[in-house]
Design a binder for this molecule. Structure first.
Ligand code: NAG
Ligand code: NAG
Length: 351
């Protein structure tokens, strides 16, 4: 018995078994089945129903075991409770609803998608999201870029009680553990894309401790304040680029971002000066991008606040890299000290 099992495993490894076939599918859609394993024991169905045109049947009929569904460019408008409720929808892992002129999402429109990890709602007309609309979904990646959101808060992830939203006070950091919902389900979001919306401030994301990627590019954010990112301890990549209105960053604004490796502050023309204390707490930061911003010089001795920094981009094509410099010879110590400096490809910028 054990021998057969090993033989199976061996065959599986040898063949690297993976094959793709095209399956019969709803008119206008294209269904592809990728099979893995011996005897095709495991398969993933990808369904592409982009741009079906007028008269499309909604919900679009899809095969029962569909994992990936692309419903982009279908002018869905208002996403109602039964548009994503047909057979096949419960097994979806990834759903693309981009470019659909979606103006509204009904509170339970997504509630049947119990395995959904990736959701693309980009390039729609959303002004807000109803409380609880993401509740209970194992979402890891949400793209809400290019919408009209004026606000984004944790309400979307919180359970509704008797169809009334749980009241959540998001001010003054009173929200202790939204990451564990009443049913013990975690909020799993690792990537949140809020590029090109109408947010005028940094959204409060107190329950998203495991978030690794956040983009707030192209929003009318005016200022960044102390504590704005305090809870995002796992964040690795933060993009705050093309914030045309941003004129100030308060001291200690990035405190708490202990895992952050990349900070993009490029193309922020109103941002003119940076105080050194802005950079406190950025212990892992490797790359800082200030190109195309109003900042033309860097605060003196900023390296002391950025122990891991490797590269800073500034102005037009100025690039500073960390290098080791040999210091003056110390008579008493009998050796010369090495110290690290940022070396820029522009002489006027000695740091
Ligand atoms: C976020 O959205 C913008 C605009 O749609 C896109 O260019 C960018 O690649 C997205 N980021 C990720 C990580 O998907
Ligand atoms: C900095 O940002 C600019 C504009 O977004 C981009 O073109 C450039 O490649 C970035 N530089 C680095 C070093 O990431």
């Amino acid at each position: 018995m054990a021998l057969f099992l090993w033989l199976d495993l061996l065959l599986l490894l040898l063949a690297g078994v993976r094959c793709t076939s095209v399956k019969n599918c709803h008119a206008g859609c294209r269904c592809e089945v990728e099979s893995f394993g011996l005897f095709d024991s495991f398969s993933l169905t990808t369904v592409d129903c982009r741009g079906l045109g007028p008269g499309a049947i909604i919900p679009v009929p899809i095969p029962l075991d569909t994992a990936f569904l692309d419903l982009s460019s279908n002018a869905l408008g208002h996403l109602t409770d039964n548009m994503l409720a047909g057979p096949g929808y419960t097994t979806l892992v990834s759903l693309d609803l981009s470019s659909n002129h979606i103006t509204m999402v009904s509170p339970n429109a997504l509630s049947k998608l119990r395995y959904l990890e990736t959701l693309d709602l980009s390039h729609n007309d959303l002004e807000g999201l109803p409380p609880g609309c993401f509740f209970g979904l194992p979402l890891a990646e949400v793209d809400l870029s290019h919408n009209n959101l004026r606000d984004f808060n944790m309400g979307a992830f919180v359970a509704k009680v008797n169809s009334k939203p749980v009241s959540v006070d998001l001010s003054h950091n009173k929200l202790v553990s939204i990451s564990t919902t009443p049913h013990g389900k975690l909020v799993h979001i690792q990537s949140l894309n809020l590029t090109a919306n109408h947010l005028s401030g940094i959204p409060r994301l107190e329950g998203l401790e495991i978030l690794r990627y956040l983009s707030l590019d192209g929003n009318p954010i005016v200022a960044i304040e102390e504590g704005d990112f305090a809870h995002l301890t796992d964040l690795v990549f933060l993009s705050l680029s093309s914030l045309r209105q941003l004129w100030g960053i308060e001291s200690h604004s990035f405190k708490g971002l202990q895992s952050l490796q990349v900070l993009d502050l490029s193309n922020n023309p109103k941002l003119k000066t940076l105080r050194r204390s802005i950079f406190t707490g950025l212990d892992s930061l490797q790359e800082l991008n200030l190109s195309g911003s109003g900042v033309t010089s860097l605060p003196h001795n900023m390296l002391s606040h950025l122990p891991a920094i490797k590269s800073i981009a500034l102005g037009q094509n100025i690039r500073c890299l960390r290098t080791q410099k040999q210091g003056v010879f110390h008579r008493q110590l009998g050796q010369s000290q090495h110290y690290e400096v940022l070396n820029c490809n522009r002489d006027s910028l000695a740091l």
